[in-house]
Design a protein around this ligand. Structure first.
Ligand code: MGD
Ligand code: MGD
Ligand code: SF4
Ligand code: MO
Length: 710
């Protein structure tokens, strides 16, 4: 680089906000050109780790397909419009529908990037609250709903999710998670490979249960194949053995638990042979794992998507909590611990502990959680006529056509809406149905503080990222879009609306009143200014025991036997006798170069070998008379897709796998590179009627399918 250009180079430090790992980045820029994106070695959490997606932030920033101005649908196609005109139009259309049909006629859906964008969190709910509606949906109910519900029931707050203390544990038991590809989830664990190596180097073990020998299973000390949807049997088996053999030692937890004996008695009544037969893991193996887990000085059980999004998701998460509790590993160093984040959303005047079942969905009666209904009900709420029918939809940072069960039906339902507005910077499979699309700035154009993922991290740290590029004059941040619409809607509907601070001001206050803030007289005296002065982030130390003080229910106890779980266990037990495994069932998978349904418009991420084929065991291929590389038709109750099948002995026979987020061949989108690498969507196969019965979370894994030559 010539000397004069070099002098123009600035070095910017920030946290990546694409996935939950929140890795520190060092970005070199000249003018508005990004020269390089590398790890920030000084980040106290990510330890010099990044993945290929970070580098694709450059592609996102430069992407010519990314929308930069509002567009509206017209007879002659999409037309750009001015922001003020767009806000007026959207507010007017939404309010007219509310005035005519009531608030419930306007639904909203918040997608995953909302939690990766702090303006979405500080201002999104305030905007959506201007229209009182029961029909609020989000990606929560195709994801972590069971974790939040149990955290609320057992510990008193939906965000009190115990985090596996990977840096100090001796035994990590993982069910249905693939952090080698996902970089961790509800366990913000950047540099997972490095942390795992350290665990193994100090003599620890990692055991993985998965129907596929995943990238994480490959590096585990032991991998056990398990039949999809049967983990509850394995977990109940562990608990039964630990109880029978008196291996439990809850220690200090004994003084704060309520109902552990009741729960263990019901679990103890189950038949071990039946449990073993159900999950396909030998009794002796379950016995050995139970003894190893109980004997380990410090152990942690952790389960994610494979056990969250299945029919017994909540049951699995409950049994995982019980396993950590009964062995005394909850709130113990090296066990499953609670974080103490710098902006503490649990111990905070605006804290929302959670709620369950305050209302039900109109058509199917699915329960509310935290003010939201399960998204599996969205299409039927649009398609079923009657009082309270959904006629308009607001989507924010979501692509439910590709990410929720029976996406084909939702695709059709969106077509029938009277009005739809999308806050999103891509014209994709979902937003193509909108009447107006309002594109916010992209991540490098705004500042960020990770409210959520510091809360779920394996170490307490705090980091504020300044904007790398100034917001272009005619661009708007998400939160500015929310404010502009919220103001207009509140005015028209006559709702009260107090002034609200900017996101950075909200964070500054959160830091000051937080556990390391001046108002708590903490020596670090954290504030936004303090974080700005520490651009690599601030280390707040390893997780620390904090029970019972941190429990959020008034009695400061752990509710071990929520009545709903005792009932769910009984249902599960009654099904054990006549459970007939499907001949073939479908599960998902993630790849480190993909990010849910987006980032597929980056050439550098989609190039190389095709990663969205159907994986099938060679024996299954032979039994079905299919050849490796053939085009096959995969069908379920709700639909069919044609895709190339790839032989893979990483699959448990009887199980096939397809990654989600693909299926970019739908017409009328503007994502050229993604379209050229379309793939198919497994959510054209997943079934909106297959749910976790406790809470209505989608059972995206373990879907019965057939596979024939196409
Ligand atoms: N690269 C990349 N990273 C991501 C994402 C991404 O799309 N791409 N998405 C992010 C998001 S939003 C999330 S929520 C996280 C998810 O993070 P993870 O949960 O770690 O990721 P998955 O790859 O979905 O892992 C689920 C595993 O469960 C297995 N499985 C399926 N069914 C069952 C079952 O019945 N029992 C058991 N025991 N296992 C089963 C699957 O084979 C798979 O290996 O990843 C985040 N990180
Ligand atoms: N079969 C199957 N289905 C699944 C899963 C699975 O494992 N298997 N995983 C589920 C999980 S865990 C999740 S989290 C969901 C994700 O599903 P969704 O949350 O519905 O969708 P995403 O694919 O994350 O799409 C995000 C959208 O937000 C836009 N976007 C990105 N950043 C921003 C921003 O800063 N502001 C705004 N306004 N928009 C932005 C993108 O352009 C994109 O359109 O998918 C779920 N669906
Ligand atoms: S692992 Fe996640 S946070 Fe880290 S660089 Fe990759 S996408 Fe970004
Ligand atoms: Mo997710």
């Amino acid at each position: 680089m010539p000397a004069d250009a070099a002098s123009d180079v600035r070095i910017h430090h920030r946290a990546c906000n694409l996935c939950e790992a929140i890795c520190g980045l060092e970005i070199r820029v000249a003018g508005d050109e990004i020269l390089s994106i590398r790890p920030d070695d000084a980040d106290p959490l990510s330890l010099g780790h990044i993945c290929p997606k970070a580098v694709a932030l450059k592609d996102l920033y430069e992407d010519g397909d990314r929308l930069r101005r509002p567009i509206r649908r017209t007879e002659s196609g999409w037309q750009e419009m001015a922001w003020e005109e767009a806000f007026d139009l959207v507010a007017d259309r939404l309010c007219s529908i509310v005035e005519q049909h009531g608030g419930d006629a306007v639904a909203n859906y918040l997608g995953n990037p909302t939690v990766h964008n702090y303006g979405g969190l500080t201002h999104g709910p305030r905007f959506l609250g201007t229209i009182k509606t029961k029909n609020r949906f989000s990606a929560t109910s195709v994801d972590q709903l069971p974790h939040q519900l149990l955290a609320y029931w057992m510990y008193g707050h939906q965000l009190l999710v115990p985090i596996a203390d990977i840096d100090r544990t001796d035994y990590l038991l993982i069910l249905g998670a693939n952090p080698m590809a996902s970089n961790g989830s509800l366990m913000t664990v950047p540099a997972f490979p490095k942390r795992l190596k350290a665990l193994q180097a100090r003599g620890g073990r990692m055991v993985v249960l998965d129907p596929r020998r995943s990238e994480t299973a490959e590096v585990a000390d032991e991998h056990l194949f398990i039949r999809p949807g049967t983990d509850a049997a394995f977990l109940a088996g562990l608990l039964k053995i630990i109880d029978n053999e008196n291996l439990g030692h809850p220690g200090k937890l004994a003084a704060m638990e309520d109902g552990l004996e009741v729960a263990l008695a019901d679990i103890g009544a189950l038949d071990l042979d039946k449990l073993a037969a159900h999950c396909g893991i030998k009794v002796e193996t379950i016995q050995r794992i139970a003894r190893e887990f109980a004997a380990a000085p410090r152990a942690a059980a952790y389960g994610r998507m494979g056990v969250s999004t299945q029919q017994h998701g909540t049951l699995c998460q409950w049994l995982i909590q019980l396993l950590n509790i009964v062995t005394g590993n909850l709130d113990r160093e090296g066990g499953a611990m609670f974080t103490r984040p710098a902006v503490d959303l649990v111990d905070n005047p605006t804290s929302r502990p959670g709620s369950f079942g305050r209302w039900k969905s109109r058509v199917r009666g699915l329960p509310e959680f935290g003010g939201e209904l399960p998204v599996a009900a969205l299409a039927e709420e649009i398609l079923t006529a009657g009082e309270g029918q959904v006629r308009a939809l607001i989507t924010v940072a979501g692509n439910p056509v590709l990410s929720t069960p029976n996406g084909t039906q939702l695709d059709r339902a969106l077509d029938s809406l009277a009005f739809m507005v999308a806050v999103d910077f891509y014209l994709n499979e979902t937003t193509r149905h909108a009447d107006v699309i309002l594109p916010p700035t992209c991540t490098l154009e705004h500042d960020h503080y990770d409210l959520i993922f510091h809360t779920f991290a394996v170490r307490n740290t705090a980091r504020y990222s300044e904007a790398l590029f100034e917001r272009p004059a005619d661009a708007r941040h998400d939160w500015e879009i929310f404010e502009a619409l919220g103001d207009r809607i509140a005015k028209r509907l006559g709702a009260k609306r107090a002034p609200h601070p900017r996101p950075d001001q909200v964070i500054d206050m959160g830091l000051r009143i937080g556990p390391y803030g001046g108002m708590k007289k903490h020596p670090l005296n954290l504030s936004l200014a303090a974080l700005k002065a520490a651009p690599h982030g601030v280390d707040l130390g390893a997780l620390e025991p904090c029970l019972p003080e941190r429990l959020a229910n008034p009695g400061k106890f752990i509710l071990c036997a929520p009545p709903e779980m005792i009932a769910a266990l009984a249902v599960f037990a009654s099904e054990l006798d006549d459970a007939q495994p499907a001949a073939l069932s479908l599960i998902g998978r993630r790849h480190v170069r993909s990010n849910n349904s987006w980032m597929h418009n980056s050439q550098r991420l989609v190039k190389g070998p095709v990663r969205n084929h159907l994986l099938m065991h060679p024996d299954d291929l032979a039994a079905h008379g299919l050849a490796d590389g053939a085009m096959v038709r995969v069908a379920s109750r709700v639909g069919a897709v044609d895709v190339i099948v790839e032989a893979s002995d990483s699959m448990l026979p009887g199980v096939v796998s397809l990654p989600h987020g693909w299926g970019h061949d739908r017409s009328g989108t503007r994502i050229g590179i993604a379209e050229a690498h379309a793939g198919v969507s497994p959510n054209d196969l997943t079934d909106e009627l297959r749910l976790d019965a406790v809470c209505g979370n989608a059972a995206l894994n373990g879907v019965p399918v057939t596979v024939v030559a196409a």
